[in-house]
Design a protein around this ligand. Structure first.
Ligand code: NAD
Ligand code: TYD
Length: 353
């Protein structure tokens, strides 16, 4: 099995690459990543010399590069995670989301379709797996409602609109060309290697450095949090056993209001840093709400649980403790991603290749 994983230097992708490289030594794993601000190879330093692992620096918006790579390497499968992923950035720069998330995905679909169709066994044994988000379903307002695989798409941000468009293209290629596709839509992830522009790592970093904790609006928005390693395990299950043409929703049945989550993080951090109870919570600062801020996301994950036997392995409090410990023990990682040092380092490393 020659498997292409895109976006493997990013937050979730690095956990997926690590899981596949270590669990399937008989597979050849190719990690294709542009190494944007959000991706760095320090996330994979523990497996970079594994004999079944190869890193390829490249941009999925470059159709010729993608076609040439598929022609040369003849992948059997694709797990596609590369994306622009931060809602706030999509509000200030929507076009880069259209380019990577929509155009980049279509480039990969075309390359897979054309090289697989031209091969001796056609689409037999091939699989294109598209990793997506629950944000494509829009915002829930009724507390009894959950996103199921049948929920109509209703994306509200440029990020979720670009992911929704990419999901539609993947399904359209499945329908029109019979490309063997499978998709999953996951809730908010957290854990080690999370880029510190997203809520949980940003709060950990700001608590540690005594900076204000910016809570958007009234902090009443709700997210359903899943430990990133559990998402990687779900991706393993869907890639190997998910039915072709199907979509699987992935989530932890773990809903938290932002403000409650920030208070919980403050309590954990006070304890870890030996500060008197209540110290970090004084840093909480309510700021102007995000434009078009989705109120609530909540996943109904029964399909993947019942069909593929997947379930989350960690309780939220355990996962959060592990995450806080990781950030406190990996100060150098945090300094290097926030300063842009990793990006400069890897850019210069690949500049002359
Ligand atoms: P991330 O931003 O941490 O990582 C994205 C990776 O893609 C980075 O390594 C980046 O360098 C790479 N990349 C970006 N543009 C590229 C391009 N043009 N060509 C090649 N590589 C490029 O994102 P993440 O949080 O790890 O999310 C990964 C995937 O999972 C995304 O598709 C996202 O939509 C989806 N997802 C994320 C979450 C979440 O909570 N973070 C939840 C559900 C689904
Ligand atoms: P985020 O981690 O950006 O994920 P997403 O928007 O994809 O769900 O944000 C999670 C929630 O936290 C979301 O409701 C926005 C809110 N938020 C803040 O209140 N303050 C912040 O500084 C950030 C980054 C997010």
């Amino acid at each position: 099995m020659k498997l292409l994983i895109t976006g493997g230097a990013g937050f979730i992708g690095s956990h997926v690459v690590r899981l596949f490289v270590t669990k399937y030594p008989e597979y050849q794993i190719y990690n294709l990543d542009k190494l944007t601000y959000a991706g760095n190879l320090a996330n994979l330093s523990d497996i970079e010399h594994a004999p079944n692992y190869t890193f390829i620096k490249g941009d999925i918006t470059d159709a010729k590069f993608i076609d040439d790579m598929f022609a040369e390497l003849a992948f059997d499968g694709v797990i596609h995670l590369a994306a622009e992923s931060h809602v706030d950035r999509s509000i200030t720069d929507p076009m880069s989301f259209v380019m990577t998330n929509v155009v980049g995905t279509v480039n990969l679909l075309n390359a897979a379709k054309n090289t697989w169709a031209a091969g001796a066994s056609g689409f037999d044994g091939k699989r294109f797996y598209h990793v997506s988000t629950d944000e494509v379903y829009g915002s829930l307002h009724n507390p009894d409602e959950f996103f199921t695989e049948e929920t109509a798409y209703d994306p509200q941000s440029p990020y979720s609109a670009s992911k929704a468009a990419s999901d539609h293209f993947v399904r359209a290629y499945g329908n029109t060309y019979k490309l063997p596709v499978v998709l999953s839509n996951c809730s908010n992830n957290y854990g080690p290697n999370h880029f510190p522009e997203k809520l949980i790592p940003l709060m950990i970093h700001n608590i540690q450095t005594n900076k204000p904790l910016p809570v958007y609006g009234k902090g009443e928005n709700v997210r359903d949090w899943l430990f990133v390693v559990d998402h990687a395990r779900a991706i393993d299950a869907v890639f190997h056993n998910g039915r072709l043409g199907e979509t699987y929703n992935i989530g932890g049945f773990n809903e938290w209001k932002n403000i409650d989550l920030v208070h919980l993080l403050c309590e954990i951090m006070d304890r870890k840093l030996g500060r008197p109870k209540g110290t970090s919570a004084q840093l909480i600062t309510y700021v102007t709400d995000r434009a078009g801020h989705d109120l609530r996301y909540a996943i109904d994950a029964h399909k993947i649980m019942n069909e593929l036997g997947w379930q989350p392995s960690l309780q939220f409090e355990q996962g959060l403790e592990k995450t806080v410990d990781w950030f406190l023990e990996n100060q150098e990682w945090l300094d290097n991603v926030t300063s842009g040092n990793y990006q400069k380092y890897y850019e210069s490393m690949y500049a002359n290749r």
